[in-house]
Design a protein around this ligand. Structure first.
Ligand code: COA
Ligand code: AMP
Length: 634
């Protein structure tokens, strides 16, 4: 039996013993006596009577173990030209001061804190400071604009908001304070205070009352000598809420616990990513996504690694060699990024010339996730890097990989197009619409047998009912992933598409439904739909198709530009919606359902059939002719 099969079998045979063994890798304040309690939470709770603190396991324990002088956080910002680092000792000191400041500002265990910040070390310190005192953080991606932020403020009801004066993009400085103010204005809930980290690139005007200066407040605490200690927390106390796109307007607040999360991540860092204490781990993502939580902050630090905080882009900051430069400079062992980043590098530097200037011999594995990894990009990487390139599959909801090639257990043969095999904790079934399991190589709904393993979402923030209706109701006894795919005869999983309106734009998960809400809010738009079409660089990009009110007197082109701007202002430029097409009518079924899928097939150049249920086939010919005029058809 091979080592992977052996490990998976060990879990399948006795899951409680498996996770009990894994939990020994965590420093508990009180060890759990119950591994899984099935009567608490929508599907059960892991390590329910354990007492622990995630910040202690990320920082303090490594200092006790003699790693105090090792670098914990390395910040490299080619976009500003700045670099800095903190050892574990220094990181603990800074986190304890910030945590004390939060306490001074009235934040208590169980309160929520929103963190709306760019890729700077203060963001990681803020997450850890919350974890230290048992405050529940909710990081909001810095690329989201005011509407998205306000929805999260309304739902999470933060006691305070931590932010910065600006984010920095290659083509502009993004002022956060006006976005934050607008978001608070739009929200029913108002935070008590906002703590703003002033960046030298652009300072925000602060009133010293509800908008406080981070450095000034930190200096006061530093002088006071007071430092916050780690608070004992129940294993099932929430560590964080991370909002992710749902099929309807409201984002879903995924809730992660402390104990189960630590056990799963510690297991995954060794067994999947094959990193050890002292290794340098680089997840080239953003704190605002689940990868930023799991890989940049918690996973890397739980494992005693040095983690890289990279504020830049794979190309243009300054060039397509920046990833190789960072790997060389910090002797990175493992990189994790979205395939789109490497598609961008490959496009800019197809023969990987920039690699010749860098020694990347420290790198032993490259992991890809967040979207489908195309075979061309994987082969290009394999040929140029000469290391294993591992596609693996997970979601914000799972918090760690559901399927992977477990490099710390055994390197399995790679099959292009597949994210390899299920990890312990996950029994994956491919179901048909009746909930029956399908045979190998048959496309269906990818579903996970309950209960979910440690580390997965406990529920949605204050909304167990929505958790159940979104994930558990469709196939009783299973968690519904909303991904479609198949498993081959060797148990390898192939993820093919989403089954809902979520699209993946440059590794960013976005809802076309939310974009439709924004477009239909334009006064001249009578009807609209947003579809995700294939894109060589970003995997998918959205386009909007709109029908105007008959009374409209404005030029179509003006309305189209206003719609593009509306999406940028309300959701954020990250939505990458640059094309709006005006048509006279939308193709619909007789029951009034817009035929989004058929339009997508037409634009993507796939074979398509006129749906039998179409109300008026003539509308499809009209649409095709507009798509042709607008050069959307290859
Ligand atoms: N704050 C403000 N704006 C942001 C932002 C942020 N944190 N992140 C992105 N944006 C803006 C960009 O400035 C850009 O604006 P523009 O339309 O004015 O140019 C827009 O959102 C789209 O950004 P992006 O998706 O980054 O596209 P790009 O064309 O600038 O770059 C890539 C393309 C492939 C280089 C880039 O998408 C990339 O690095 N992708 C990797 C993503 C990733 O790591 N995902 C994490 C999953 S693991
Ligand atoms: P997010 O919650 O933002 O991490 O996005 C999760 C979604 O991204 C999944 O449901 C998939 O649709 C997609 N995804 C993640 N990893 C992969 C992968 N390796 N291959 C294909 N799709 C993926």
């Amino acid at each position: 039996m091979n080592k992977y099969e052996d490990t998976y079998h060990r879990w399948e045979t006795d899951p409680l013993q498996f996770w009990d063994d894994a939990s020994a890798a965590i420093e508990w304040m009180r060890s759990p006596s119950i591994v899984f309690y099935d009567r608490k939470g929508p599907y059960g709770t892991w390590f329910s009577d354990g007492v622990c603190n995630t910040c202690f396991n990320c920082l303090d324990r490594h200092i006790i173990d003699g790693r105090g002088e090792q670098l914990a956080l390395v910040y490299d910002s080619p976009i500003t030209g700045k670099k800095s680092s903190l050892t574990y000792l220094e990181a603990k000191e800074e986190v304890s001061i910030l945590a004390q400041l939060l306490l001074n500002l009235g934040v208590k265990k169980g309160d929520t804190v929103i963190i709306y910040m760019p890729m700077i070390p203060q963001t990681a310190l803020a997450m850890l400071a919350c974890a230290r005192i048992g405050a529940i953080h909710s990081v909001v991606f810095g690329g989201f604009a005011s509407q998205e932020l306000s929805e999260r403020i309304n739902d999470a009801q933060p006691k305070i908001i931590l932010s910065a004066s600006c984010g920095i993009e290659p083509n502009r400085v993004v002022e956060y304070k006006p976005l934050l103010e607008e978001a608070i204005e739009l929200s029913d809930h108002k935070p008590d205070a906002n703590l703003i980290f002033q960046r030298t690139e652009l300072a925000a005007k602060l009133d010293g009352n509800t908008f406080l200066d981070w450095d000034i407040e930190i200096a006061k605490v530093r002088e006071s000598g007071k430092r916050a200690d780690c608070v004992p927390l129940a294993s099932s106390d929430p560590l964080y809420i991370l909002y992710t796109s749902g099929t309807t307007g409201q984002p879903k607040g995924v809730v992660r616990d402390n104990g189960g999360h630590m056990v799963a991540l510690k297991w995954a860092m060794k067994n999947i990513y094959n990193v050890n204490p002292g290794d340098v781990y680089w997840a080239a993502s953003d704190f605002g996504w689940v990868v930023g939580h799991t890989n940049i902050v918690y996973g890397a630090l739980l494992q005693g690694c040095t983690t890289i905080i990279f504020e830049g882009k794979p190309i243009g900051t300054p060039d397509a060699g920046v990833f190789w430069r960072v790997i060389e400079d910090y002797k990175v062992s493992v990189v994790f990024s979205a395939p789109t980043a490497f598609r961008a590098i490959k496009k800019e530097d197809p023969t990987a010339l920039a690699l010749e200037d860098h020694d990347i011999s420290s790198l032993h594995t490259l992991f890809l996730a967040g979207e489908r990894a195309d075979t061309d990009t994987i082969i290009w990487l394999e040929n140029n890097l000469n290391i294993p390139v591992i596609d693996h599959w997970w979601q914000t909801e799972s918090g760690w990989p559901m399927a992977a090639n477990p490099m710390g257990i055994q390197e399995l043969p790679i099959k292009y197009g597949s994210s390899s095999v299920p990890m312990p904790g996950y029994t994956i079934h491919i179901l048909d619409e009746n909930g029956d399991s399908l045979p190998a190589n048959t496309l269906g709904a990818i579903s996970i047998k309950l209960p979910l393993p440690p580390g997965c979402l406990m529920s949605l923030w204050k909304d167990d009912q929505r958790f159940v209706s979104s994930y558990l109701d469709q196939y009783p006894g299973f968690y519904h992933t909303a991904d479609a795919g198949y498993m081959d005869e060797d148990g390898y999983l192939f993820i093919m598409s989403r089954t809902d309106d979520i699209i993946n734009v440059a590794g960013h998960r976005l809802s076309t439904g939310v974009m439709e809400d924004v477009l239909s809010g334009h006064e001249d738009v009578a009807e609209c739909c947003v579809i995700g079409i294939a894109d060589d660089l970003k995997g998918q990009i959205p386009i909007g198709v709109i029908v105007l009110n008959t009374t409209t007197i404005k030029l179509c082109s003006d309305i189209e530009s206003e719609c593009v701007q509306r999406i940028r202002n309300k959701i954020g430029a990250v939505a990458s919606l640059r094309t709006i097409i005006t048509v006279d009518r939308l193709p619909k079924t007789r029951s009034g359902k817009i035929l989004r899928g058929t339009m997508r097939e037409i634009i993507d150049g796939h074979d398509w059939k006129m749906p039998a249920t179409i109300d008026d086939p003539q509308v499809m010919s009209e649409i095709i002719s507009v798509f042709k005029t607008r050069s959307l058809l290859g």
